[in-house]
Design a protein around this ligand. Structure first.
Ligand SMILES: Cc1cc2nc3c(=O)[nH]c(=O)nc-3n(C[C@H](O)[C@H](O)[C@H](O)COP(=O)(O)O)c2cc1C
Length: 153
């Protein structure tokens, strides 16, 4: 059984909702076990023990939030069993993929052992507090399915 953990941070719940949809997608593929966890309740040591870690952040000031950056930095100090990572963000306005790219860079620098399963997902919200823009949520589920399918190959 391949084990994945989806770790997210959220202020207003939108990134959590995306994480839940990703989980739904992953669950549709047989042979992949998945769990979801708010970064505030996540022990990096436990996360490091999964086969794959999916990390999601809201975009604050053009990048991922502090809790997620710290989580990545802590992973870098551990002997991770995990070999795979996938990244997603939520954003408003012009900042498509900005947080995803910054998380990618941070992972490359701090946790080079983690390889990207697939390119990142950037989900648009309509306002500071959301909601998620129409048509964006199905992309989250597809992203989960894609992750699970890739992990099986
Ligand atoms: C302090 C703060 C700064 C933000 N800065 C940006 C930003 O630079 N670019 C952007 O696209 N969205 C920005 N946003 C909007 C967030 O992306 C949006 O609130 C978030 O995607 C909602 O996700 P959440 O409900 O999981 O917190 C900011 C929001 C807050 C609260």
């Amino acid at each position: 059984m391949i084990r994945t953990i989806i770790v997210y941070d959220t202020k207003y719940g939108n990134t959590k909702l995306v994480a839940e949809k990703i989980m739904e997608g992953v669950s549709e593929v047989e042979g992949i076990e998945t769990t979801i966890s708010d970064v505030k309740d996540t022990d990096p040591k436990e996360a490091a023990d999964y086969d794959a870690i999916v990390i999601g952040s809201p975009t604050h000031f053009g990048g991922p939030v502090r809790g997620i950056k710290k989580f990545i930095d802590k992973l870098g100090k551990l002997d991770t069993k995990a070999k795979w990572v996938a990244l997603f963000d939520t954003y408003l306005g012009e900042d498509f993929e900005k947080s995803v790219k910054k998380m990618e860079k941070r992972i490359n620098e701090k946790v080079p052992k983690l390889k990207l399963i697939t390119s990142g997902l950037s989900i648009r919200v309509d306002g500071m507090k959301g909601p998620v823009t129409d048509g964006e949520l199905p992309k989250s589920k597809d992203f989960g399915k894609k992750i699970a399918t890739q992990l099986k190959t």
